[in-house]
Write a protein that binds this ligand. Structure first.
Ligand SMILES: [Zn+2]
Length: 290
């Protein structure tokens, strides 16, 4: 304890504060110690000891709460006997718990921020794409191009639905992107195929001047496996062509066989129909008429 008796001022029941220099009555310098503090100073500690500080009450440092003291200082106080071990343990455990919960809170906050950032990043991309398509729709409207309009209308509605889905996910506190890293993952291969079909309907001279939608560009089609679909279509066409070739072969073979059979067939005696023909001609009916 650094306390020492304040400097007496002659003729006054008071003291001079060594910090602010004010002369104050002696009561302004007195401070009570706790029983443990009294015992630590070597007293019996049956009643709290009153010391006279060299600072006035206004200048005495405010005692910090135990939870604000560093562990080392607490340990020192325990070793001095000013603080029971149990109190220190309690203070430390509460502090550890608080720190942990604060960490958890910070982690949750960070997680929530990341989650929102992920969703809103995707929403931003959809909006950018939507802006392009709206512009394309405007020019298609000027040109009254039904192919372009079919494409822009479909793509616009798909983008709006994607944006609404993403907005909904953003408001759900427990919905994190996880595997969904790209807004385009919201669409199935069939939907992409549908949009692609509408895109392919646009005359290529017009298409060459348009920016293809991110949902159906080559990169994304390769990523989502829509390319496999194309390969499957090609394979299907190949199979169909082979089937047709096979059929053609069969047909030719059948024709050849028929011709050969025709050639090998012994010439038949023409049936004697002259009598009937004569009768028919008599009746005025041409027998060769169908
Ligand atoms: Zn003072």
């Amino acid at each position: 304890m650094q306390d020492c008796v304040t400097k007496p001022v002659d003729g006054l029941d008071g003291g001079l504060c060594s910090k602010c220099g004010a002369i104050k009555p002696l009561a302004e310098f007195k401070r009570k110690l706790s029983l443990l503090q009294s015992r630590a100073m070597g007293y019996a500690g049956n009643y709290p000891l009153e010391v006279v500080s060299k600072y006035c009450k206004a200048c005495q440092p405010a005692s910090k709460p135990l939870r604000a003291l560093p562990k080392r200082q607490l340990a020192e106080m325990v070793s001095q006997g000013v603080l029971p071990q149990l109190v220190m343990d309690n203070v430390l455990s509460v502090r550890g718990r608080d720190a942990k919960s604060k960490q958890r809170e910070a982690a949750l906050m960070r997680h929530e921020q990341d989650r929102r950032a992920a969703w809103s990043g995707m929403i931003k991309e959809v909006n950018a794409e939507l802006k392009v398509v709206i512009q394309q729709a405007k020019f298609a409207g000027y040109a009254n191009d039904k192919f372009r309009l079919a494409y822009t209308d479909l793509y616009k509605s798909m983008l709006v639905s994607a944006r609404e889905q993403l907005k909904f996910k953003l408001t759900m506190t427990d919905d994190k992107p996880g595997l969904l890293q790209d807004w385009r993952q919201l669409f199935s291969v069939e939907e992409i195929r549908g949009l692609l079909a509408v895109w392919r309907d646009i005359p290529s001279r017009t298409k060459a001047k348009m920016r293809i939608g991110h949902l159906i560009n080559a990169e994304w089609r390769a990523h989502c496996g829509a390319t496999n679909m194309t390969e499957a279509v090609l394979a299907g066409r190949q199979a169909q062509r082979m089937r047709m070739e096979h059929m053609e072969k069969l047909r030719l073979a059948a024709k050849e066989r028929a011709e050969r059979a025709e050639a090998e067939r012994p010439p038949e005696e023409p049936a004697d129909t002259s009598a009937v023909d004569d009768l028919l001609s008599e009746l005025g009916i041409n027998p060769n008429k169908e």
